[in-house]
Write a protein that binds this ligand. Structure first.
Ligand SMILES: *[C@@H]1O[C@H](CO)[C@@H](O)[C@H](O)[C@H]1NC(C)=O
Ligand SMILES: *[C@@H]1O[C@H](CO)[C@@H](O)[C@H](O)[C@H]1NC(C)=O
Ligand SMILES: *[C@@H]1O[C@H](CO)[C@@H](O)[C@H](O)[C@H]1NC(C)=O
Ligand SMILES: *[C@@H]1O[C@H](CO)[C@@H](O)[C@H](O)[C@H]1NC(C)=O
Ligand SMILES: *[C@@H]1O[C@H](CO)[C@@H](O)[C@H](O)[C@H]1NC(C)=O
Ligand SMILES: *[C@@H]1O[C@H](CO)[C@@H](O)[C@H](O)[C@H]1NC(C)=O
Ligand SMILES: *[C@@H]1O[C@H](CO)[C@@H](O)[C@H](O)[C@H]1NC(C)=O
Ligand SMILES: *[C@@H]1O[C@H](CO)[C@@H](O)[C@H](O)[C@H]1NC(C)=O
Ligand SMILES: *[C@@H]1O[C@H](CO)[C@@H](O)[C@H](O)[C@H]1NC(C)=O
Length: 455
């Protein structure tokens, strides 16, 4: 079945984007819907108007009609290699979350923040859980190839994008021991302080872990011990070309994560792994900055023509934002990076303030410029259900102006408590957990795309 069948039924997947705007969790009633509904049958690229640099920015829809349409409703049963002995049953529900997080047309827009971190976690949990039977925390090259391909087939059969390994740069080698020569569970446990590791990482505070690094330090300690041992083993052996220390450390770190995932139940392991990857994700801006010479031309020399400058800036930012959804902390990084580039080009006025650029302007927009979807710093998984469609949470914490960098250096990290980050959402500034009810200062946008299948 699958694609071929879907096509032969001439199914068209149309997407209705509903934006549910609620001021407080208590007011989430249908009357508070801000409903932006657009039905389309074109591919994403066709949807994105080629704005000329001087045209006013067009509102963008992050959507998403995956054309030849993917069957979201009926999972097909894929034909597996029969050669991968990993226990897929143990991660069944996790795979279904992963398929939705990486859903065909959505995947490229969520790759960096949701889809790829979830896919990586899935692989770690798969190998970790299977190690309970196999006693090993790594696969050999042959098995790795079969197992990755089988996992991919299962995910695609459940609606995931079919180029995930490429999109997330995952290769069979990522399932092997790499240059970390320690992969046997009992050898692992005799090498590292496993009870300390489990104590530090069995439960993490997803908000504070990024700054306090309790679990991350324990993982690094364990990976260092393994890397030392691997070095000894490989030097003794003499047949291996020794890889450099940082590669070995990273390969051993993967082994540590898999071991952790074998000691926790899959859901719990997923929370921890995603929490750790969020720390990494939120430190950078995932967007590419294309040629900004047009902005520089229009805005340099003391901004002789403010209108022309702002048109150029808005157009540039709206081109940026088509790349991906970003988290609120990523948007801060993006604002800083762009600001620095402009400062380096001798633009010293606060362009963001002059042109009213906000943090949300760095993330994909839905409907109007005002309803940009900035993901929370701990992004939720995508949820698909037949009636509501595709749902994920956006953070609509009013319009936070993008901070213009005050020096020509990147701002201090958000961990530095003496630095005030303007009105960041609670989850980002460390006062809130994932518990929705406690986020009363947040506006939540539930972006819900309902799929209407027309025959
Ligand atoms: C999905 O499966 C149901 C029952 O299994 C079937 O009635 C329906 O036609 C299938 N839909 C598609 C699109 O294949
Ligand atoms: C696979 O995992 C499931 C769930 O954890 C478990 O019940 C089952 O025994 C495992 N299968 C094998 C072959 O180990
Ligand atoms: C899968 O993602 C790629 C980008 O890596 C995109 O070009 C392609 O259209 C997506 N596939 C589907 C079926 O949407
Ligand atoms: C890879 O591992 C599997 C299972 O442990 C084993 O049967 C197979 O012979 C190994 N292949 C190689 C090339 O070592
Ligand atoms: C997979 O391994 C390659 C090197 O073999 C590395 O560049 C890449 O980052 C790894 N991917 C992940 C998701 O760890
Ligand atoms: C940027 O674009 C301008 C004009 O459009 C061009 O002259 C310049 O070479 C480009 N710069 C880069 C780095 O591509
Ligand atoms: C400023 O630029 C705008 C748009 O490019 C143009 O319409 C306007 O005439 C310019 N104003 C001046 C004073 O040059
Ligand atoms: C910026 O201004 C300084 C001093 O006015 C000048 O030396 C430098 O070349 C300018 N840089 C750029 C990129 O225009
Ligand atoms: C935090 O920022 C302040 C002000 O920029 C700086 O003086 C201080 O050294 C920073 N602290 C750390 C731990 O980076």
């Amino acid at each position: 079945m699958g694609r071929g069948v879907a096509q032969s039924f001439h199914l068209y997947l149309h997407i209705v984007f509903l934006l549910l705007l609620c001021l407080h969790e208590s007011c989430c009633t249908p009357s508070n819907y801000l409903k932006v509904s657009v039905v389309m049958d074109k591919m994403v690229d066709a949807l994105l108007p080629e704005t000329s640099p001087t045209a006013a920015p067009q509102p963008l829809l992050p959507l998403l009609a995956p054309s030849p349409l993917t069957p979201f409703t009926n999972s097909t049963v894929p034909k597996l290699s029969g050669l991968c002995m990993l226990n897929f049953t143990a991660i069944e529900s996790m795979m279904s979350v992963t398929s939705t997080d990486c859903m065909a047309g959505f995947a490229p827009y969520l790759a960096n923040v949701v889809c790829c971190p979830q896919l990586e976690a899935t692989l770690v949990v798969l190998i970790g859980q299977s190690s309970k039977d196999t006693n090993t925390l790594a696969l050999n090259g042959t098995l790795a190839t079969h197992c990755l391909s089988d996992l991919e087939k299962i995910l695609v059969s459940q609606g995931a994008n079919d180029s995930l390994p490429n999109m997330c740069s995952i290769h069979p080698s990522n399932l092997t021991e790499g240059s970390c020569a320690v992969n046997d569970v009992s050898e692992f446990e005799s090498t590292v302080d496993s009870s300390n590791l489990l104590a530090a990482c069995g439960k993490i505070d997803t908000v504070n872990e990024c700054c306090e690094q309790v679990c991350q330090n324990a993982i690094s300690d364990a990976a260092k011990k393994l890397a030392l041992k691997a070095y000894d083993l490989l030097s003794l052996d003499g047949t291996h070309a020794l890889s450099d220390h940082s590669t070995r450390f990273n390969d051993c770190r993967s082994i540590v994560l898999r071991w952790l995932a074998s000691k926790l139940d899959p859901n719990h392991a997923k929370e921890i792994l995603r929490g750790l990857s969020n720390c990494k994700i939120n430190k950078v801006c995932p967007l590419d900055f294309p040629n900004m010479s047009h902005v520089i031309n229009r805005c340099s020399n003391g901004i002789s023509n403010q209108t022309a400058c702002c048109v150029a800036v808005n157009s540039y930012v709206s081109r940026l934002q088509r790349q991906s959804f970003v988290t609120n902390l990523q948007a801060l990084n993006c604002a800083a990076s762009l600001g620095l580039k402009l400062r380096k080009a001798n633009i010293s006025e606060n362009i963001y303030s002059i042109c009213h650029i906000g943090l949300k302007d760095f993330s994909l927009q839905a409907g109007t410029q005002e309803s940009g979807c900035l993901l929370p710093s701990l992004p939720s998984d995508v949820v698909f259900d037949q009636s509501a469609g595709v749902t994920f949470l956006c953070d609509l914490n009013d319009n936070i102006p993008a901070p213009w960098p005050s020096t020509s250096q990147l701002p201090a990290s958000s961990c530095n408590k003496t630095i005030k980050i303007p009105a960041l959402p609670a989850a980002a500034s460390g006062q809130s957990s994932l518990d929705m009810a406690s986020r009363d200062s947040l506006l939540l946008l539930v972006a819900s795309a309902a799929f209407i299948i027309l025959t």
